[in-house]
Design a binder for this molecule. Structure first.
Ligand SMILES: [Fe+2]
Length: 150
């Protein structure tokens, strides 16, 4: 299975944990060790919670066989019905009925794309939440900056 967007983001956050850990080792921020630890915890938390979102959002599968089956069924039953039809009017009526079934098939196909749209919309909402949380992290850091104000 492909790496989901959430696994991808989780990997980015895990990498940030390493980044902050290295920063700490480099003792670039001796007076802000606490805030660096907080960033490590928050990125680590993101990494874990975001990975779990993979299970929460399942991509709707395209059931190609389902549509091919319906298509075959329509053709098969239509041929039988036309053969057995009493007059031309009845043949036309059977053809009209088959077009209606094809229409139903496309309605199901359209529903699949609507579900796919909802799936992607839900993913976007999750990512927007992560974006908002990063703004909180920014504010924590900006608050920390006050310590160094001259
Ligand atoms: Fe962050």
């Amino acid at each position: 299975m492909d790496v989901t967007i959430f696994e991808f983001i989780s990997g980015l956050e895990a990498d940030l944990v390493n980044f902050y850990k290295q920063l700490k080792l480099a003792t670039r921020l001796p007076r802000s060790a606490e805030v660096v630890d907080l960033m490590i915890r928050q990125s680590g938390g993101h990494s874990d919670t975001v990975e779990a979102l993979t299970k929460k959002h399942r991509k709707p599968e395209f059931q190609k066989e389902f549509f091919l089956d319906i298509h075959r069924q329509i053709k098969t039953s239509l041929i039988d019905e036309i053969r057995e039809a009493g007059d031309t009017g009845e043949v036309i009526e059977k053809l009209a009925r088959s077009e209606e079934l094809v229409s139903k098939m496309y309605t199901v196909l359209a529903q699949y794309y609507k579900k796919l749209g909802e799936y992607y919309r839900d993913i976007a909402i999750e990512i927007e939440e992560i974006a908002a949380e990063e703004i909180d992290h920014r504010d924590v850091l900006l608050n920390e900056k006050r310590k160094y104000a001259r």
